[in-house]
Design a protein. Sequence first.
Length: 246
Amino acid sequence: MDYSNEFSEGFQETSLGKIYYKHHNGNGRTLVLIHGLGGTTRAWLRLVNFFPEDLNVYMIDLLGHGKSDAPDIDYTLEKQVQILSEFITGQDIKNCVLFGHSYGGWTAISYVLSGGRYAGLVLESCAGLKDYFDYLRKNDGLKKREERVMKTLSYLNTNRMFVFKSIMSHELDDREFTQEEIRTIPKPTLILWGSSDDIIEPEFAKIFNRCIKGSELAMVEGAGHDAHYTNPREVAGIVLGFLGYS
């Protein structure tokens, strides 16, 4: 499917503003794609090239990102979970598999732990695990990480820097999830990671895999933090296999 020509686009009204989305209306499994910090729906443009036409795909711009509204608020994770929940309800999406990358994975897991409706979960280089932040604290890596992220975002999204500064300022106040919590995730889960991810190291993928009963672990050899973009054909094949496509 083609990102530019085979997706309709629209805005979903939420209590925090309008959320931009793109939708490919297929009659097969439903997949909701949630980008990482500083991303937009365009993060997925290479990946969807390798999806079959019958896959029913939604992509959203998180609050404060891309074409979605950017109100003057504190950008906490709780608010991203709120708009995700309102989007899924507003579009009457049922039995969807959530695919979250990095900060989008943190949003997806938080949505799931809050009782949100879903049928499965794909977590790519997922952020939010307490063990990860404990590792950064122990190694004095929090400030270095913040500086690295903000430097990258300054190149990508200069017009929305107030959003990303707010997200980073609240990140350590946001609710990190524990191993005990993710052990309660009951539905099929795919853990997807780049073997050379130097932002959230692959060792954390193994924690997810160990804690989430019955989960699958797929390492994309040689890929970094954005395997869906650098290795789209391979990632698509892994995801489609998880969804039951031959």
